[in-house]
Structure formats: structure tokens, C-alpha cells
Design a binder for this molecule. Structure first.
Ligand SMILES: Cc1cc2nc3c(=O)[nH]c(=O)nc-3n(C[C@H](O)[C@H](O)[C@H](O)COP(=O)(O)O)c2cc1C
Length: 209
């Protein structure tokens, strides 16, 4: 199984897709921590993700996908060197085909719309196509869904994807580590994603440690 958090660390590349659910700060924190860990990232932003990013983080991403890594590097004070970004219908990008061999993908946050379309095999956007490829190749797909309350449609779609091997890590921070800031709450969730990606994450507070 891919979901064991304490397997040996790996620096294999990650497809990071950001959709239009609330929770853009999770995406930014994940991208920053992956960059600082030296992991190559293939970035995909839905149109709705860009709207939410502006609303929640006051960051306007450029329209041209190739300019996004530099904009993120500026905003987050990270290196753009290992970041690539693709437009929504760039079917020639490596994320669009299983033959490129990209081993893993995170969708954070994941909207209920994207979740439903992936669960139904609709590959209308590059994000949906990339997730479809990851599932058909039995590779690692991590989803960070965000909605409340959840309808039976949402729950059934999550169950369907979990049964196909997707790892569902909901945007649901715990409070038992007594967080004193929003950043600590965000890191609680991002730590779980990094654990599941087997990325060395020693600073994360551990229960019982
Ligand atoms: C500020 C804002 C917050 C939103 N929050 C959520 C949310 O938490 N969950 C969700 O499923 N959709 C949310 N939406 C709606 C989605 O953005 C919308 O369904 C969109 O079509 C999703 O497109 P995408 O899946 O291609 O990113 C939000 C929209 C906005 C503008």
C-alpha cells in the first residue's frame, strides 16, 4: 500500500493540483514545503482555484501557466527551479500520460466538483485527466477534500475513490496539539500529506513523542 506514513523517505516528483475549494493556504504551504524539501513539482491550478487564492490569500496568479512558478517563488520566498506549471488543456504535458511515469499526485484542496468528475472518470480538464491517469496506472493519489456539511453524493464519491486506492486526507485539523496560530493548524494538515508522500518531515509534532 502507498499510504504508510513511515516508509523510507522519497524525493520522487509530485503532481500538485489546486482546485477551487476553500483552503488555498493549505496549497501554498504544501508547495512551499515541497520546494524546501527539494521535490520537483508539476503544478496545476483550476480557474476556480485562482479565484479562491485571490479571495483567501490575496495572491493573483498570472494567466500564462509558464509564469506561475516565478510568481509563487516570489510570493512564498522559495526557489522556482524545481517547479513546472501547465495550462488547463495542455494535453502535451507529462501529467497527461501514464507513459511519463509520474508516480504521485496530490489535489489540495479538492473541490466536490473535481472529486465528482474524477470519481466518474470525466477527464475534461488537465487536473481530471492527470488524476485519471494516476488511478488507471495504480499510482498514488492523495485528495484533500473540503466541504461542510457533506451530502451523500460527496460521501459516496469519496468512498468510491477510496476503494480505488485514493487516499482521502480531509482538510480537518486536530486540536490535541493545542495550536496557537492558523499556521500551526495548516501545518497539521500539510504534515499528514507529507507523511503520506514519505517526505522527510521530522519537525512535525508526534503524539506520544
Ligand atoms: C471563495 C470560494 C470558496 C469555495 N469553497 C468551496 C469548498 O470549500 N468546497 C467546494 O467543493 N467548492 C467550493 N467553492 C466552489 C468551487 O470553486 C466551484 O464548485 C468550482 O466550480 C470548482 O471548480 P474546480 O473543481 O474546477 O476547481 C468555493 C468557491 C469560492 C469562490
Amino acid at each position: 500500500m502507498t499510504g504508510m506514513p513511515f516508509s523510507p523517505p522519497t524525493h520522487e516528483p509530485v503532481i500538485v493540483a489546486v482546485t477551487g475549494a476553500s483552503g488555498a493556504p493549505y496549497a501554498l504551504r504544501l508547495i512551499a514545503r515541497l520546494a524546501n524539501a527539494g521535490v520537483t513539482q508539476h503544478l496545476l491550478f483550476s480557474d476556480a482555484a485562482k479565484i479562491v487564492l485571490q479571495q483567501e490569500c490575496h495572491i493573483s496568479l498570472p494567466q500564462e501557466a509558464h509564469a506561475i512558478p516565478a510568481a509563487l517563488a516570489d510570493a512564498l520566498n522559495i526557489s522556482a527551479e524545481q517547479m513546472h506549471s501547465y495550462a488547463d488543456h495542455d494535453w502535451f504535458s507529462p501529467v497527461a500520460s501514464g507513459s511519463a511515469g509520474l508516480p504521485r499526485m496530490v489535489i489540495a484542496p479538492c473541490s466536490m466538483g473535481t472529486l465528482a468528475r474524477i470519481a466518474s472518470g470525466i477527464s475534461g480538464t488537465l487536473i481530471e485527466r492527470a488524476a485519471d491517469v494516476i488511478l488507471k496506472e495504480s499510482r498514488q493519489l492523495i485528495l484533500l477534500p473540503r466541504e461542510t456539511p457533506l451530502s451523500t453524493i460527496h460521501l459516496e464519491n469519496m468512498l468510491k475513490l477510496a476503494r480505488m486506492g485514493a487516499e482521502i486526507i480531509p482538510a480537518m485539523p486536530g486540536f490535541y496539539h493545542r495550536p496557537d496560530s492558523i499556521e500551526t493548524l495548516i501545518d497539521f494538515v500539510v504534515d499528514r500529506i507529507l507523511d503520506h508522500l514519505h517526505i522527510c518531515n521530522k519537525e512535525s509534532p508526534r503524539w506520544g513523542a
